[in-house]
Write a protein that binds this ligand. Structure first.
Ligand code: SF4
Length: 435
């Protein structure tokens, strides 16, 4: 019989002496936090590697951190806490590599108006996060008469010069992953799922769902190489789409775009035209309580900007946020879409640039970070923010089940990390007032 905590063999019965072997709930909590952070970091590192970016130090840390979670290796809260924050540091490096990989291969994103909906003719929908797959598909469908659409977190593809130069990358279709079963069923062509988050398909479209490499779901067809001829054949044999525009959005506020406006942003703050910065977004889930983020964003004042990223943006982007005037730079949208969840790196770069421009620390900026969390990548991003010493972050809708009460108390004490409240209007007011 194995102990259910530390997996040591016991004499005939499970050990219930939690703490004797050191595997108390707080140790368990920190080890699980580390594991989830590593999984998120691995997802980003996988993308970075596909773009030719690797770092031996990251790989070495990954091995060391995984080893630290092996039974009977590390039951020490202090050193586990160090590893958890080190995971945030290494993830910052990984997000930097991913940012460099994307921009070196596909160019620096620029603000871009994106057609939302479908156009007449056969089409393929690309979901997930992998720009390399999208680029390969665009190459293989050149001149075929097939239109390519992005879905969910693939939306930022339209802002990269080397991707948007393909005329048949015609638009974006659909929302975040939660609506896949409705949206993929209504999209008459095939869907190519390049990463998480992909749902197990119902009969309605399972014959039209293709996945790539490690991404796999029962009923879907997994492709092991980047030969997309089966997807292309499926598009040619499927019922063509019709012209149905549902909107247009302007996205592509990469950190270099916002950084180029730093001087005008500082002037606008000094003139009182801009008083607060919010980062609202992250990984979105499906459970009730997440409309907090939509209500929070909708109640941000007119003299503030909202940086958003990840699929959490689909909660808030239907609102008309208007614009903010910047001296000498016209006006910018109040809602600035920075891209995928890994583009949290960009939000960090913006915060650092602003703190340098104002000659203060990031924690002294009029900046509030409100993150939705759902899966491992969000854990990795949160650990990065904590590694950087960013305080006062609010996450929600609930604390992860693997965070023990004591570990949560430590995070609250060290970083003023807290959960979102129940009253987004009051919370926005408190954020602006700095209370
Ligand atoms: S932001 Fe997170 S939850 Fe949303 S699609 Fe990306 S990985 Fe999934």
């Amino acid at each position: 019989m194995f102990c259910n905590q530390c997996e040591q063999v016991k004499d005939g019965s499970a050990c219930t002496e939690i703490g004797v072997c050191g595997k108390d709930p707080d140790v368990q909590s920190l080890q699980e936090t580390l594991l989830y952070g590593l999984k998120g970091m691995a997802a980003y590192a996988h993308h970075a590697r596909r773009l030719g970016k690797v770092d031996e130090d990251v790989d070495a840390f990954t091995e060391e951190a995984l080893f630290s979670t092996v039974t009977n290796v590390n039951f020490d809260i202090e050193s586990l806490f160090e590893l958890v924050l080190e995971c945030g540091k290494q993830n910052l490096r990984v997000m930097q590599m991913l940012d460099e990989g994307h921009t070196e291969r596909y160019g620096t994103p620029a603000p871009t108006a994106v057609y939302e909906g479908t156009k007449t003719g056969p089409g393929i929908l690309v979901t997930g996060h992998d720009m390399v797959d999208l680029h390969d598909l665009l190459e293989q469908t050149k001149g075929s008469g097939i239109n390519i659409y992005t879905h969910g977190e693939m939306l930022p593809a339209h802002t990269y010069p080397e991707l948007k130069k393909y005329d048949h990358l015609v638009g974006h279709y659909g929302d975040a992953w939660q609506k896949q079963r409705i949206e993929f069923a209504q999209f008459t062509g095939p869907t190519l799922a390049t990463t998480n988050c992909v749902l197990i398909p119902p009969t309605a479209y399972k014959d039209r769902l293709f996945t790539t490499r490690v991404t796999a779901v029962p009923g879907g067809k997994r492709l092991k190489t980047n030969d997309f001829s089966e997807v292309i054949k499926c598009a040619q044999e499927s019922q063509p789409l019709t012209d149905q525009q549902v909107g247009e959005s302007t996205i592509g506020f990469h950190h270099k775009v916002i950084g180029s406006l730093a001087g005008q942003i500082v002037d606008a703050v000094k003139a009182g035209a801009l008083q607060h910065f919010f980062v609202i977004g992250g990984c979105d889930g499906a459970e009730p309580g997440r409309n907090y983020f939509a209500r929070y964003a909708a109640n941000t004042p007119a003299n503030s900007v909202v940086l958003t990223l990840g699929c959490g943006k689909f909660r808030i982007r239907n609102e008309d946020f208007g614009t903010v005037k910047l001296n000498g730079a016209g006006e910018i949208p109040r809602l600035l879409d920075m891209g995928q969840c890994n583009d949290a790196y960009g939000a960090i770069q913006v915060a650092v640039a602003l703190s340098q421009a104002f000659n203060c620390s990031v924690n002294d900026l009029p900046l509030t970070i409100v993150l939705s969390w759902f899966e491992q990548k969000a854990v990795a991003v949160l650990l990065t923010l904590l590694h950087l010493g960013v305080k006062g972050i609010r996450v929600g809708p609930a604390a992860p089940a693997f965070i023990s009460p004591n570990v949560l108390a430590i995070l609250q004490d060290k970083f003023d990390l807290g959960l979102i409240g129940n009253d987004p209007i009051a919370d926005v007011k408190a954020a602006v007032a700095g209370t």
